[in-house]
Design a protein around this ligand. Structure first.
Ligand SMILES: CC(C)(COP(=O)(O)OP(=O)(O)OC[C@H]1O[C@@H](n2cnc3c(N)ncnc32)[C@H](O)[C@@H]1OP(=O)(O)O)[C@@H](O)C(=O)NCCC(=O)NCCS
Length: 428
């Protein structure tokens, strides 16, 4: 199912929304899990792709979700690679400027289901390699390895030629493509940690933003993933939750209300507490686990810290405020329907370079959301950039969900006033 339909089904009936689904260039990266030194096996090929989803309502940014998808490729018996897919849900955030019935829980669930439905091969075309082999590219192209004298000769040759022969673009010559079997096993990982804001700076100053505490956030995610397990994964899928420093009995208390029957206390990274954390835990961007692993390297304890010690000490780290509940949630299994959905050009905007991805993302994350004008300016900037530079439009969605709920703040707002744009004071 396309993104538009999935979102339509969870957005309030008759309300008009716009969405941005921006996908970064797939890049070859370091293996997600560090290999032991004594292993002779070649490191698996790992390809990382970043997604950014943003929802807009009445010309304002209201919600964002950042997700990374990793494909780990190993040679199988045929010419196809065997692949494992790791989906890391990195950041979810809201601005508080939606004045309509809206369940972010359902929106988040719909986006994750969309990602789960995507054909892994969609990430394997035009992959940027870790190192570029400039010796293999067309010598009539200028790259950063071309000397100044040679570049001048190339330009002069081009000027002397009446018609240019068609060349493969440089990016295509420097990128790689692969193919993998559709039958990928999927690991879905996230770290639940409440914060006032993740993507939208100063948005917590908006009194209408609903910021939840650690316990509520954990339940919020468990509800989402529980439904995804029932609707999208096969029956025997592993589903685990760990609250660092917390007894498994206490963890199970949070899992009592789940409908999927196989939730357990623990994690999907390793069952043996004596294993070294360095060789079990994946290295995700901007993730507290990764930061702690790096700290262990600095403290020269990386080859001494086992998983049990890692989890106990993680909770004591300064970045966790005392008494705030954080958790690590993981799902590991096969999705029930083979993922073969190829993203349509309507559903997805593929950035042509990492620089382009970051500049579009900066329009969203570079604003200050304490006043509504931040949310409107971000919308206008993205909309105009897409139109002028890429000749593209945001995805237009008219909600079709009858049972949408009205947020309490929206109800209050409706009674008091209609929205007014407050201009931020100009910085002198
Ligand atoms: C996490 C976050 C996105 C959840 O947003 P949300 O508005 O609570 O999400 P939902 O729309 O799904 O609502 C969840 C519940 O809160 C209730 N709710 C929403 N707005 C409310 C409000 N203003 N007042 C009271 N209850 C409210 C809903 O009714 C719903 O209740 P239910 O579970 O009984 O149906 C939001 O708290 C947020 O942006 N937090 C800051 C960033 C953050 O911590 N991100 C987590 C990254 S791991």
């Amino acid at each position: 199912m396309g993104l538009e339909k999935l979102l339509k089904d969870v957005l309030p009936k008759g309300d008009h929304f716009e969405a941005l689904h921006l996908r970064n260039v797939p890049i070859e990266t370091h293996p997600l899990i560090t290999a032991k030194h004594d292993t002779n096996e070649p490191a698996p090929l790992t390809i990382k792709t970043q997604h950014l989803f943003v929802l807009f309502y009445q010309g304002k940014v209201i919600y964002g979700l950042e997700i990374y998808v990793y494909l780990t490729l190993k040679h199988g018996s045929s010419s196809l690679f065997d692949a494992e897919r790791t989906i890391f849900i990195s950041k979810a955030d809201t601005t508080g400027y939606a004045d309509c019935k809206l369940s972010y829980k359902n929106v988040t669930k719909a986006i994750i289901q969309y990602i789960l439905s995507l054909d892994p091969n969609a990430y394997l075309q035009n992959v940027l390699p870790k190192e570029r082999d400039y010796s293999k590219i067309d010598p009539s192209l200028i790259t950063k390895k071309t000397s100044a004298a040679k570049a001048l000769r190339i330009i002069s040759n081009r000027l002397n030629q009446d018609s240019q022969p068609l060349r493969k673009p440089l990016d295509e010559q420097l990128s790689h493509s692969y193919q993998c079997s559709h039958n990928v096993k999927t690991k879905l990982c996230l770290f639940t940690r409440p914060a006032a804001e993740y993507l939208f700076a100063a948005s917590s100053k908006n009194p209408r933003k609903h910021v939840v505490d650690g316990e509520r956030l954990l339940k919020w995610w468990i509800d989402i993933l529980d439904e995804i397990l029932l609707e999208t994964f096969r029956e025997n899928t592993e589903a685990k939750m760990r609250i660092p420093g917390e007894d498994p009995i206490n963890v199970k208390r949070y899992l009592r209300s789940t409908k999927y029957g196989h939730w357990e206390a623990g994690d999907v990274f390793g069952n043996n507490g004596k294993d070294l954390a360095a060789f079990r835990l994946p290295l995700f961007p901007d993730d507290p686990k990764t930061r702690f692993l790096r700290k262990l390297v600095e403290e020269d304890r990386i080859y001494k810290t086992d998983l049990s010690t890692f989890w106990t000490e993680l909770q004591e780290r300064q970045e966790f405020k005392l008494s705030v509940i954080v958790s690590v949630i993981g799902i590991y299994g096969h999705v029930a329907e083979i993922p073969c959905n190829l993203p349509s050009t309507r559903d997805q905007i593929e950035a042509s370079s990492r620089r382009q991805f970051n500049s579009i993302k900066n329009y969203i994350t570079g604003e200050e959301y304490d006043v509504i004008s931040g949310a409107t300016e971000a919308y206008v900037n993205v909309r105009d950039f897409l139109k002028i530079k890429l000749n593209r439009k945001l995805l237009q969605i008219i909600g079709d969900c009858q049972t949408g709920r009205k947020s309490k703040s929206a109800e209050r707002q409706e009674v008091v006033t209609t929205l007014q744009v407050r201009k931020r004071p100009k910085k002198i």
